[in-house]
Design a binder for this molecule. Sequence first.
Ligand code: HEC
Ligand code: HEC
Length: 342
Amino acid sequence: MKNLQKIIFGVFVMLIFCVTFSSFEKKKPDFFVTKGFPKPVYDFKKNPLDERKILLGRVLFYDPILSHDSTISCNSCHSQYTAFTHVDHALSHGIAGKVGNRNSPSLMNLAWAKSLMWDGAINHLDMQALAPISNKLEMDETIENVVKKLQHQKFYRENFYAAFNDSTITGQHVLQAIAQFMLTLVSANSKYDKVKRGEEKFSDNELSGYKLFKKNCEACHTEPLFTNGMFENNGLPVDAELNDMGRMKITKDKNDSLKFKVPTLRNVQYSAPYMHDGRFKNLNQVLNFYSMGLEHNKTLSPILLNRKIYFNTDEKENLISFLMTLSDKEFLYDTRFSYPKR
Ligand code: HEC
Ligand code: HEC
């Protein structure tokens, strides 16, 4: 009799476990890490991914309500089909047509980002959205006022309640939801990735380009993220008008002058114009610059100082063929990242 009780109790516990686990499974998002990627930097335990929070973050990302006059959304400067950069804009434009002072970077694989912004001004993704919201040239709004505006909408009251179990909207929850959406922007299914997984093969041109890349670019644009996450000076002559000193602005250390965060080269085919000020319109201009335009100022990376890069026309073509293998069309057209239906 005692044994039977034990068995019934055991089955009961298992049932509870299964029910809880399957409902947890349903809410667990479809966020996966491809083989070969390092461990994410982002601490998911502090803001565990949840489908409802991700969706809320996505709606916020596309909603101009985050800006002072409700004209500019995150999407205005980060559109999906250009790998979340500002289409055709060297310097991004914000509220009332005001011109910012930097190029909008592509957004992807942010769970692996050690710091954010060209100069690393932000060191946590959960704080990131505050910067464009409060920037006078971008959205020119306060988080307090954003919260007030959201609280007025039934849609947001209901969805914040569903996501955070709290119908009083807070700035922290707004930022966490946006961070969750950004974390899901994973690009890891380019031809390059398929070759690495043994599913496809490089063409001869792509393979020659890959070899040139390994020799000349890999040290900073390190695989598989195509950035080492560090601040480097790649020899760009300083723009007299912008006079942007990069990392030095944050650290005040003159050894950091003209250093910028190494950008990823994934989806680089779509993210023109290039560099922190968008000075190059296409990849050919970028390669011409690395071939002969480097300025030998004091903080130039030793990697570039000690290497004489010169690419002939064939080599440039091959290198560009390789860079095209970093394009991930599924990422650009993934409906989980597109304008949400409300
Ligand atoms: C007016 C244009 C504009 C708007 C609006 C805008 N951004 Fe940006 N974003 C930029 C620019 C420019 C940078 C680079 C700034 C810098 O380095 O100083 C940037 C940087 C970023 C970065 C850092 C990426 C990296 O790899 O370092 C993230 C993440 C980001 N934006 C997300 C957002 C989110 C979320 C919103 C909405 C809350 C938003 N942006 C609104 C232009 C914009
Ligand atoms: C010493 C480190 C270093 C090396 C080596 C290097 N880069 Fe870069 N690269 C950078 C940095 C830093 C930036 C951003 C500079 C800026 O905007 O001021 C950059 C920017 C770029 C960009 C612009 C990307 C964007 O989204 O704006 C491209 C394209 C690029 N590099 C390609 C290459 C190629 C191809 C090679 C090899 C021929 C190479 N890089 C070698 C550090 C490096």
